[in-house]
Ligand binder design. Structure first.
Ligand code: PEP
Ligand code: MN
Length: 262
């Protein structure tokens, strides 16, 4: 339905962690929750650098069934403990409609991953959870299909939707995905929902995360989600695209300058 004003998604009833409006919101943290120490160190580091929200997956949708699948409920327990200790709202991916009731007890925002963007049963179940939802674009989804997935959430009663461009599959293999920054101004034109960008999955390499994060802000994104790990070479998933805490801190300094200049 037509809506004249842009939607602002306030996470955990706070304007500090809101998406949309004039604020640049940055979600940061590891791809996967690996231990209390790993998540705590990440959380303190990203909060000090200026991140407004912590990410960390407990259920990992991995290409190979033989790689780390996430700590599941134990991961959620760690996430909640770190959230309470560090005082940052948290987002985590829900991969199964049967886990929605469990996950709402631990997270502030439910993430729908790229692989599940058109899992309509999951969308309908998540829509009923009464939590903001971060909806990633499927890696082969058109903008229209992505917006229709958002419609499933809104038709199901969830108006608090944050869209996330995370790269699409093209012929180009040098990068993991092709970050479709065209989608940012297009979706801002078509929709009232906030749009954030994930340069980590969008590029697949920590080297390109900074440049594409800046490009995302320059073209009008409402925020970013960035993978950060205290020791990327030891990460159990997505290490090659994870920033060190030092690199993340430096990037945040640059993003503040850029965003103030716009
Ligand atoms: C993630 O955020 O770690 C993730 C799996 O992202 P995507 O669904 O975009 O691949
Ligand atoms: Mn990841």
């Amino acid at each position: 339905e037509f809506q004249a004003d842009d939607t602002v998604v306030a996470v955990a009833n706070s304007t500090v962690s809101s998406f949309g409006g004039s604020r640049l919101s940055v979600i940061a943290g590891p791809c996967a929750i690996e231990s209390y120490e790993q998540l705590y160190e990440s959380a303190v580091g990203v909060k000090t650098a200026g991140a407004t929200m912590l990410r960390g997956g407990a259920y990992k949708p991995r290409t190979s069934p033989y790689t780390f699948q996430g700590l599941a409920k134990n991961g959620l327990e760690i996430l909640k403990a770190v959230k309470d200790a560090v005082k940052l709202p948290v987002v985590s991916e829900v991969t199964d409609p049967r886990n929605v009731d469990l996950m709402v007890q631990y997270v502030d925002v439910l993430q729908i991953g790229a692989r599940n963007m058109q899992n309509f049963i999951l969308l309908q179940e998540v829509a009923m959870a009464n939590k903001p939802v971060l909806l990633k674009r499927g890696n082969s989804a058109t903008i229209e299909e992505w917006l229709m997935a958002a419609e499933y959430l809104m038709a199901g009663g969830c108006s608090q939707v944050i869209l996330c461009e995370r790269g699409i599959r093209t012929f180009e293999n040098y990068t993991r995905n092709t970050l479709d920054l065209n989608a940012v101004p297009v979706v801002k034109h078509l929709s009232h929902l906030p749009v954030i960008v994930d340069p980590s999955h969008g590029t697949g390499s920590w080297r390109w995360v900074g440049p594409m994060a800046k490009a995302a802000i320059a073209c009008g994104a409402d925020g970013l989600i960035i993978e950060v790990h205290p020791c990327p070479e030891e990460a159990l998933s997505d290490g090659p695209q994870s920033l060190t805490l030092n690199n993340f801190t430096q990037l945040m300094d640059e993003l503040r300058i850029l965003s103030a200049a716009l």
